[in-house]
Design a protein around this ligand. Structure first.
Ligand code: DC
Length: 230
């Protein structure tokens, strides 16, 4: 039996821009649990591969990077989240659309997904883990006592992402972003390995017309109903 079978996990899956990151972070903070941003790991593999000059189609090379890269998730001096790759601050670098697209490409390979499996499961530490991704409830934590599948209309997701990038100073056109999101969704949903889909026992929440607080409230209610917290 592994740690991820003993420690309770809330799996939050869904497409790009559905608000998983914001919701997962807020829930983890409210209940005092750990947080796994699995998308960041795929983004880190793409970035680390690029930095090592790997051929973009080199599956074995990227799988090796996934296994060996030194990553650390922590906080900067001002309390904001910080992601380090081989000791270098890549917090902003991994959030670009280019890194997201690179991540979606390497995430389609079974070799890379397999190499990241144990890394992800190791995040399950007491008192519990909120895991954000595409296959948290279906593959990585199939026994999670609470699985959420968060969706929103494609238009709303593109608008949210656009605002997020603009706030970070990136100037991306909305139509271009909508096209990229549609392409990434299609790739994530149709890949052979661990395609994006709700687990059969997932609670589906459509956040198109819901505030962040309303979605967080719903997740907290569902967890309380399962006895995960009070
Ligand atoms: O959540 P995100 O945008 O940071 O994820 C980046 C890419 O990584 C996304 O297109 C799909 C992939 N991904 C995945 O395949 N499985 C996960 N558990 C998380 C992300």
């Amino acid at each position: 039996m592994s740690a991820s079978d003993i420690v309770p996990v809330v799996a939050i899956d869904g497409p790009s821009g559905s608000g998983k990151g914001t919701i997962s972070r807020a829930v983890a903070r409210r209940v005092g649990w750990h947080l796994l941003d699995s998308g960041a790991l795929y983004r880190l593999v793409a970035l680390a591969g690029q930095r090592r000059g790997l051929d973009p189609d080199d599956r074995a090379g990227h799988a090796q990077v996934a296994q060996k890269m030194a990553v650390a998730f922590g906080s900067a001096a001002d309390g904001s989240e910080q992601v380090l790759l081989e000791g270098e601050d890549v917090t902003l670098g991994i959030r670009s659309e280019a890194a997201g697209n690179g991540a979606s490409r390497v995430a389609a390979w079974a070799e890379v997904r397999g190499a990241l499996m144990h890394r992800q499961q190791a995040f399950a530490q007491p008192p519990g883990l909120v895991a954000d991704g595409r296959d948290m409830g279906t593959v990585v934590f199939p026994r999670a006592p609470l699985k959420i599948f968060l969706t929103a209309s494609a238009q709303e997701r593109a608008l949210r992402r656009h605002k997020q990038l603009k706030d970070k100073g990136s100037d991306v056109s909305l139509p271009a972003l909508s096209r990229e999101i549609a392409e990434r969704d299609a790739r994530d949903q149709t890949r052979q390995v661990a395609p994006l889909r709700p687990a059969p026992d997932a609670c589906v929440i459509d956040s198109t017309d819901l505030s962040v607080e309303a979605v967080v409230g719903r997740v907290l209610e569902l967890g309380a109903a399962r006895g995960l917290w009070r």
